[in-house]
Design a protein around this ligand. Structure first.
Ligand SMILES: Cc1cc2nc3c(=O)[nH]c(=O)nc-3n(C[C@H](O)[C@H](O)[C@H](O)COP(=O)(O)O)c2cc1C
Length: 220
């Protein structure tokens, strides 16, 4: 299931509302999302984000019903059953990578000098934040330079300028161990972001599964 199909299914199940009114990416979008999310009600698709043409989806996985939709399970499935399914999917049912020449992910490729991270409608979440967080519910994919083992970890990522992001890797996390090995070798650590921005932990968990499939699909 891709995101568009997920949105359609949520809408059919009365789990999603479209916000047509113009909403500012600067604090307003996160505020509306959080107030809505606290009531555990709808996923919101902001279709009219100030300065942008692209929509923003929030609260995608912040209800039991939407988690069931994402996992392809029946409405009313218990969290316990979903956790079991999750364990099956994430440990036993890995999707092997298939290399393709075409596909929606390749529809629009922006490279080099044309890259501008501010082209994405990334919300400014909270007063006091240092900037706009493009990675909060995403995966940073890194490879151990000695063993080749691949890690996917959620490490917050902030846009610093048009072409760069800063990432916070706390000591003791797998990416930190790997980074130290690269530093010892005098090398930069290559990293791939499988990204999304979000603000709630529940969203992160399920998105991590989607991203981990993505990582396997792109063969890292
Ligand atoms: C929404 C969310 C944001 C997180 N942000 C960070 C972060 O900025 N830096 C960090 O080191 N860990 C962060 N974490 C915690 C790591 O993702 C978590 O400890 C994970 O288990 C790391 O696993 P690893 O050591 O295998 O990479 C975050 C977790 C979540 C769910």
């Amino acid at each position: 299931m891709d995101l568009r199909e997920f949105i359609k299914k949520c809408e059919k199940a009365n789990e999603l509302k479209r916000v047509k009114k113009e909403i500012d990416w600067n604090l307003e979008l996160s505020h509306v999302s959080i107030v809505n999310d606290e009531k555990d009600r709808y996923a919101l698709l902001f279709e009219n984000v100030k300065d942008y043409k692209n929509p923003v989806l929030t609260g995608a996985f912040s209800s039991k019903e939407r988690l069931a939709i994402a996992l392809g399970m029946k409405p009313g499935t218990s969290m316990c059953e979903m956790s079991r399914e999750w364990m099956k999917l994430s440990t036993k049912k890995h999707i092997p990578p298939v290399k393709v020449k075409t596909g929606p992910i390749l529809d629009r490729i922006v490279e080099g000098g044309n890259v501008n991270l501010f082209d994405f409608p990334v919300p400014f979440m909270y007063p006091g934040d240092g900037g706009r967080f493009i990675g909060t519910t995403h995966y940073l994919v890194t490879k151990d330079p000695e063993t080749g083992w691949v890690n996917c970890g959620t490490y917050r990522m902030q846009i610093l300028d048009e072409k760069s992001c800063g990432i916070q890797i706390i000591k003791g996390k797998h990416a930190d161990f790997m980074l130290k090995k690269y530093q010892k070798m005098g090398k930069k650590m290559p990293a791939q972001d499988a990204g999304s921005y979000g603000y709630r932990r529940r969203s992160a968990r399920i998105f991590n599964r989607i991203c981990s499939d993505f990582c396997r699909c792109i063969g890292v």
